[in-house]
Ligand binder design. Structure first.
Ligand code: CMP
Length: 145
């Protein structure tokens, strides 16, 4: 039996994400099959600063705004990810992330599936690490402004 159109779309999307592009087809399929698709209405909070983190999010459609202390710090579109910091450090969320300006569709990985996906390929870990360090640097620069 062939893949469903949704699975094919998610596989194509994931293969085009720089962070996951180094994974084999079988590994991509494993990630997609373990992820859950979630939709958020315009303005809805996806994660909240200070809350415990249980998921890693990849934007499939729409844009999500990252806000710290109520101030927008970044806008993330299709192929970009968020929610990695709380999972890596096992500490509360560092920012609010909201569906803005319209609805957002995400693929969500549980902490366990996230570690399983990033642990498969050093290149995935490296891309994640690089982007996370960039975000921490941006946040600490904003704090010292
Ligand atoms: P986490 O702390 O788990 O939840 C909020 C998320 O917002 C965080 O992970 C990052 O994924 C994201 N985030 C925090 N700061 C920034 C930033 N400066 N630029 C982009 N994304 C950010």
């Amino acid at each position: 039996m062939g893949d469903s159109p949704e699975l094919t779309q998610s596989l194509t999307m994931l293969a085009s994400v720089p962070m996951f592009s180094g994974l084999t087809k079988a590994q991509l399929r494993y990630v997609v099959q373990s992820a859950k698709e979630r939709s958020y209405r315009a303005g809805e909070a996806i994660v909240r600063q200070g809350e415990k983190g249980i998921g890693f999010y990849l934007v499939v459609e729409g844009t999500a705004q990252v806000e710290r202390g109520g101030k927008p710090v970044a806008t993330l579109g299709p192929g970009q990810f968020f929610g990695e910091m709380a999972l890596v450090e096992e500490q509360p969320r560092t920012a609010d992330v909201r569906a803005t300006p319209g609805p957002v569709r995400c693929l969500v990985l549980s902490s366990w599936d996230f570690w399983s996906a990033v642990g498969k390929e050093p290149e995935v870990l490296r891309t994640l690490f690089k982007e996370t360090v960039r975000r921490i640097r941006a946040n600490s620069a904003a704090l010292s402004e």
